[in-house]
Design a protein around this ligand. Structure first.
Ligand code: CUA
Length: 318
């Protein structure tokens, strides 16, 4: 009946959460695989303790009817209620602590600095040929350890890519270090895991684990200055360059996300919308409505030919 349908639906929801681009139980990297294994071992340990304690409680109920003698009863309570749980918890603690050095190992082949800002991510690749800045997307080569240096420009945020590793806080004035070993190519989702203000829930980013050659090609394209095919006039005349940088143009603002290759990014507004022409226009016109508390003012009051020109320009920044 209804209960059975609800149970099936509930189980489906639970199982559905075990895979997909944002699941800690569907690991795509070494660190996440360790975390997933830790979860299953902890779950098994907890299940054994639960069975022992509930079993003892059931036994205690029966015991009143068929007396075994006080000593035998005490022995059962001692083993199932204290000794077995203590041994299992000690084993789980040891297993968990073993992970700490494992998660910090690895000589990184790549360093990326990620700064959390209300409500987006400033991503800077530190390479031998200089820095390459992008925003709200992280691309990593598969099979190569990457060092992610995390900090914040305003309040505490938390950097979490469930498919790749556990989360780590981003704290103003402090640099936290996370090492990732992505193994499986694919598109994953990262999120802010610390409440940081009104648009906290809209602070996400896309993660692309790529073949190393494809990654190098992408980084070379990102490093290049903008090659816009549309006119920058409306973008500059309306002051967009005061907050945003478009490398190779007079737009050199550093308050908001770098837009040099914005049209080539998978999402818009930090994982909020798919990066389509319609959504770019919507984001520029209704910024505050889409992302409450964001520092960018909405430009919905502009003449529509100005909005068209800005949209055309942004869409040409590939
Ligand atoms: Cu940033 Cu929550």
């Amino acid at each position: 009946g209804l209960e059975k349908a609800a149970l099936v639906a509930g189980a489906g929801l639970l199982l559905g959460a075990c895979s997909g681009p944002q699941s800690a139980l569907d690991p795509a990297g070494r660190e996440a695989a360790e975390v997933a294994r830790l979860f299953w071992v902890m779950l098994a340990g907890a299940a054994i303790i639960w069975l022992a304690v509930i079993g003892t409680a059931v036994f205690a109920g029966r015991f009143q009817k068929t007396p075994l003698g006080e000593r035998a009863g005490l022995r059962i309570v001692l083993w199932a209620g204290a000794i077995i749980p203590t041994l299992i918890l000690a084993a789980l603690l040891t297993f968990g602590l073993r992970l700490m050095p494992v998660l910090r190992a690895g000589e990184p082949a790549l360093t990326v600095h990620v700064s959390g800002e209300q409500y987006w991510w400033r991503v800077t690749y530190r390479t031998a040929q200089g820095e390459v800045e992008t925003a709200n997307e992280l691309r990593l080569p598969a099979g190569r350890p990457a060092e992610i240096l995390l900090d914040s420009a305003d309040v505490i945020h938390s950097f979490w890519i469930p498919a790749l590793a556990g989360k780590l806080d981003m704290i103003p004035g402090r640099t936290n270090r996370l090492v990732l070993n992505p193994e499986r190519t694919g598109t994953y989702r990262g999120v802010c895991a610390e409440f940081c203000g009104r648009a906290h829930a809209f602070m996400a980013f896309s993660v692309e684990v790529m073949e190393p050659a494809a990654f190098e090609a992408w980084l070379a394209r990102e490093r290049a200055p903008a090659a816009a095919t549309a006119d920058a006039g409306a973008f500059l005349a309306n002051g967009c360059g005061g907050c945003h940088s478009v490398r190779g143009t007079p737009a050199t603002g550093t308050i908001g996300p770098d837009l040099t290759h914005v049209a080539a990014r998978p999402t818009l507004g930090a994982g909020l919308l798919a990066n389509t022409p319609a959504n770019r226009r919507r984001f520029v016109s209704e910024t505050e409505k889409l992302k409450p508390g964001v520092r960018m003012p909405a430009f919905g009051a502009l003449e529509s030919d100005q909005l068209d020109a800005i949209d055309a320009y942004l869409g040409s920044l590939r």
